[in-house]
Write a protein that binds this ligand. Structure first.
Ligand code: GLU
Length: 490
C-alpha cells in the first residue's frame, strides 16, 4: 500500500510551531516512504476564514522549502483541495447517512437549543443535544424538509456500547458511546459541513492512509470511527503526535514567546534551523544525533522513532541551531540571506546596488560568528552603509586620558592611514604597535578611539577588516570628524 498523508490546516490564523511540526512530520513521512504528501485547505468555516492565513500557509512552506505533491496551486487527481469547493460531495454523503438511517434531520431551532442549554446548565447537567428529532419518522422529516423547514443533519451515535480505535503511538483508545457528543451536527442548515463530516469524507476520497495530527484531535477520534463505520469505509491508520509544551509544562502558546513562523522568520531564523529543531519535537533518529538537513529527514524520518512523551520547546536550543546554520553558510549565501534584513532596515536599496552587494559580501565573514539571528546584522553593519551613529566625546577617551592626547593620537593614526590599504593586517598591527611605543601609550589607547571614530561604538566587527571595507576616504573623514569633536571644546 503506498502511503498518502495530508496536512489539513484551517486558514483562520498564522502558521505556528505546532502546525509546522504536523506538516513536517507528514511531509517527511511521505518522502521517507516514497508516498504522497497532500495539502488540503479546511476552509468550511466561512466566519473564521481569513485570506491572509491562506497566504501565510503558502509563504511559510515556500520559505521552508516544503512542497506538496497534491493540493492548491499544483492540483492533483483527488481535488479540489479546498473544502469550500467540495460542498456538493458533503451534502451528498450527509444525505446518504440519512437514507441509510445512520443520520437524521434535526429541526430544532436556535432558540430551543439555547433554552435546552441554559436548562442543563441551571440543573448542573452535562451539556448536549437531547436527541429530540432522532425520533421523528423518516417520512415526516422528509415532508417537513420538502416544505422548506430549516434543518441540520446529525449523526446517530449509538446509545450503548463503546467505540475504540488504535493509535500507532498511544495504543488503543476507547470511549463509551454515551460519553460521545450526543448526535453531532454533520451538515449545517446553510448546507456547509462541520469539521467532522468534511474531514472524514475527504480523508476517504483522497485515499489517506495515515493520519498524523496533533493530540488535541484525539477526542474526535471515536466520532470519526463511527462515521467511517456508518459509511461502511475503512478508517486510515491514526498516529496522534506528542504535545508541544513550553518550559513550564503548559501547552506552547504566545505566553512562552514567538510561536508563529512569520515571527521567527522576521527575527532572522534560517529555515534549516527551524526544520532541524522542529523535527526533533517528539522525534529522534537515535539518542545522540542532532544535526539533520531537510534531505536527511526525507530519508531518515520514521514513525517508529516518535516519542510518546510531550516535547518541550526550548527557545535557546533553537537559537543554538540557528547559530550553527548561520556559521555553515558560505559568504555569498550568507550575504543573500542578509540582504532582505539590510533592505528592511533601510541600509541597502531594493534591489541592492553592486557596491552594496560587494560591501555586504566582504562584511559577511566579519559578522558570521556574532550573529544569533540574521536580524542582528543591520545594527552590527550599519556603520559600513551610513555615517556612524552619534557618539559622545567621552566615548572617544580611554580611561585616564586627556582630550589633547587622543587628538594627537588620532592625528598620527590619520597619517598611518596613508599606507594602511597597501599593508597586510599583520603589517598594520605592527605599525600600530610601533606607534604606541613611540607615543608611550598602550595599543588599546590607539585602537579604542579609532574604533569609536570609525564605527560609532566601542564594540564592532574586527576593526582592521572593517576599515578595509569602508575604504580610505570614509575612514579618514570619520577620523577628522572625531578630531574636530575633540578640538571643539579645547
Ligand atoms: N483542520 C484541522 C486543523 O486545523 C485538521 C485536523 C485534522 O488533521 O484532522 O488542524
Amino acid at each position: 500500500m503506498s502511503v498518502r498523508v495530508r496536512y489539513a490546516p484551517s486558514p483562520t490564523g498564522l502558521q505556528h510551531i505546532g502546525g509546522v511540526r504536523t506538516a513536517l512530520f507528514n511531509y517527511f513521512f511521505a518522502r521517507a516512504m516514497g508516498g504522497v504528501f497532500i495539502l488540503r485547505i479546511e476552509d468550511t468555516d466561512q466566519e473564521r476564514y481569513d485570506p491572509r492565513a491562506l497566504q501565510d500557509i503558502y509563504d511559510t512552506y515556500d520559505w521552508l522549502g516544503i512542497s506538496w505533491d497534491e493540493g492548491p496551486r499544483v492540483g492533483g487527481p483527488r481535488g479540489p483541495y479546498f473544502q469550500s469547493q467540495r460542498t456538493e460531495l458533503y451534502r451528498e454523503y450527509a444525505q446518504k447517512l440519512v437514507d441509510s438511517g445512520e443520520g437524521y434531520h434535526c429541526f430544532c431551532t436556535a432558540e430551543r437549543l439555547e433554552s435546552l442549554r441554559s436548562g442543563q446548565e441551571a440543573r448542573g447537567e452535562g451539556q448536549g443535544y437531547d436527541r429530540l428529532c432522532r425520533g421523528i419518522p423518516p417520512e415526516e422529516a422528509r415532508a417537513r424538509k420538502a416544505a422548506g423547514e430549516k434543518c441540520v443533519v446529525r449523526l446517530k451515535v449509538p446509545l450503548e456500547g463503546s467505540t475504540s480505535f488504535h493509535d500507532r503511538l498511544i495504543g488503543d483508545i476507547e470511549r463509551a458511546n454515551r460519553d460521545i457528543n450526543p448526535d453531532p451536527v454533520l451538515l449545517k442548515s446553510d448546507g456547509f459541513p462541520t469539521y467532522h463530516l468534511a474531514n472524514v469524507v475527504d480523508d476517504h476520497f483522497m485515499g489517506i492512509t495515515h493520519i498524523l495530527r496533533a493530540q488535541e484531535w484525539i477526542p474526535s477520534g471515536p466520532l470519526h470511527i463511527l462515521l467511517y463505520r456508518a459509511f461502511g469505509w475503512t478508517p486510515p491508520e491514526y498516529c496522534h503526535l506528542p504535545m508541544v509544551m513550553g518550559e513550564d509544562g503548559k501547552k506552547l502558546s504566545k505566553r512562552h514567546g514567538s510561536t508563529s513562523l512569520v515571527e521567527f522568520r522576521d527575527q532572522g531564523y534560517l529555515p534549516e534551523a527551524i526544520i532541524n529543531y522542529v523535527s526533533l519535537l517528539g522525534w529522534s533518529y537515535d539518542d545522540t544525533r542532532q544535526m539533520f538537513s531537510r534531505a536527511d529527514l526525507e530519508r531518515l524520518f520514521s514513525l517508529d522513532r516518535l516519542n510518546k512523551a510531550a516535547a518541550v520547546f526550548d527557545y535557546k536550543k533553537l537559537e543554538w541551531f540557528n547559530g550553527v546554520y548561520i556559521r555553515e553558510k558560505p559568504d555569498a549565501a550568507l550575504k543573500d540571506e542578509l540582504l532582505p534584513f539590510m533592505r528592511r532596515a533601510g541600509l541597502v536599496e531594493d534591489p541592492a546596488t553592486p557596491e552594496q552587494e560587494a560591501v555586504l559580501l566582504a562584511a559577511a565573514p566579519l559578522v558570521r560568528e556574532r550573529l544569533r539571528f540574521l536580524g542582528d546584522a543591520p545594527e552590527l553593519l550599519r556603520f559600513l552603509f551610513r555615517d556612524p551613529p552619534p557618539y559622545s566625546r567621552e566615548e572617544l577617551l580611554p580611561k585616564k586620558t586627556e582630550p589633547e592626547e587622543i587628538l594627537r593620537y588620532l592625528g598620527e593614526i590619520r597619517s598611518l592611514m596613508e599606507g594602511f590599504f597597501h599593508r597586510s593586517d599583520p603589517e598594520n598591527e605592527e605599525e600600530f604597535r610601533l606607534l604606541a611605543e613611540r607615543l608611550h601609550t598602550r595599543l588599546g589607547s590607539l585602537l579604542m578611539p579609532l574604533r569609536v571614530a570609525v564605527t560609532g561604538s566601542k564594540v564592532s566587527p574586527p576593526l582592521f577588516e572593517s576599515i578595509r571595507i569602508l575604504g580610505k576616504e570614509k575612514t579618514v573623514a570619520r577620523l577628522v570628524a572625531a578630531m574636530e569633536m575633540l578640538a571643539a571644546r579645547e
